[in-house]
Design a protein around this ligand. Structure first.
Ligand SMILES: Nc1nc2c(ncn2[C@@H]2O[C@H](COP(=O)(O)OP(=O)(O)OP(=O)(O)O)[C@@H](O)[C@H]2O)c(=O)[nH]1
Length: 213
């Protein structure tokens, strides 16, 4: 059956190697933890249709390799992304320290308007934590990012992270802050929206007449 949706959003999952990007994507798409996850070679892809605030949105998600040697390949996928999950591992300060560089890449190579949610992954490994919730919240606030701690293992906050990002993009479309028709916005109209857009204004404005019988 053909998929119908109001919008399609291009999303990226970025961050240092081993932070759990592929596992987060897998948990979101398949609803289970990906056992034996290997390093991503270049870029992998997944998609899922979700319902956000009464709208159907297809999320087209690009999971990028965190390893430095793939950086030139992965960077070529950033263009025109509407949203991103910026992932670090709460048990690895090194991955947290790299966040600023990943964010600069996202804002310069994708779009300065890209909607980013910071995800402190591996929340289930709290006893091994190296980065506190508070300091990451501050980083998020200073850099105008949304923030959640997630666990791809238990599934905690995984759905929320993707949906929060999608909801924010929809709100920005509604407020006029984001224009889906701008080239490289990372947003496309789906069939449903296109049909509504193509209806003549007069047809949209006229309320259906009550039946006289
Ligand atoms: N405990 C725990 N382990 C996790 C979690 N997410 C991922 N892992 C483990 O972390 C390791 C790396 O996960 P990946 O999803 O492959 O990491 P990645 O960020 O995609 O790595 P690259 O592809 O190299 O960029 C794997 O051994 C996973 O099993 C989590 O939420 N909790």
């Amino acid at each position: 059956m053909a998929e119908t949706y109001d919008f399609l959003f291009k999303f990226l999952v970025i961050g240092s190697a081993g932070t759990g990007k592929s596992c987060l994507l897998h948990q979101f798409i398949e609803n289970k933890f990906k056992q034996d996850s290997n390093h991503t070679i270049g870029v992998e892809f997944g998609s899922r249709v979700v319902n956000v605030g009464g709208k159907t949105v297809k999320l087209q998600i690009w999971d990028t390799a965190g390893q430095e040697r793939f950086r030139s390949v992965t960077r070529s996928y950033y263009r025109g992304a509407a949203g991103a999950l910026l992932v670090y591992d709460i048990t690895s300060r090194e991955t947290y320290n790299s966040l600023a560089a990943w964010l600069t890449d996202a804002r310069t190579l994708a779009s300065p308007n890209i909607v980013v949610i910071l995800c402190g992954n591996k929340k289930d490994l709290d006893p091994e934590r190296e980065v506190t919730f508070l300091e990451a919240s501050r980083f998020a606030q200073e850099n105008e990012l949304m923030f959640l701690e997630t666990s791809a293992l238990t599934g905690e906050n995984v759905e929320e992270a993707f949906l929060k990002c999608a909801r924010t993009i929809l709100n920005k479309i509604d407020s006029g802050e984001l224009d889906p028709e701008r080239m490289g916005s990372g947003i496309q109209y789906g069939d449903i929206s296109l049909r509504q857009l193509r209806q003549p204004r007069s047809a949209q404005a006229v309320a259906p007449q009550p039946c006289g019988c």
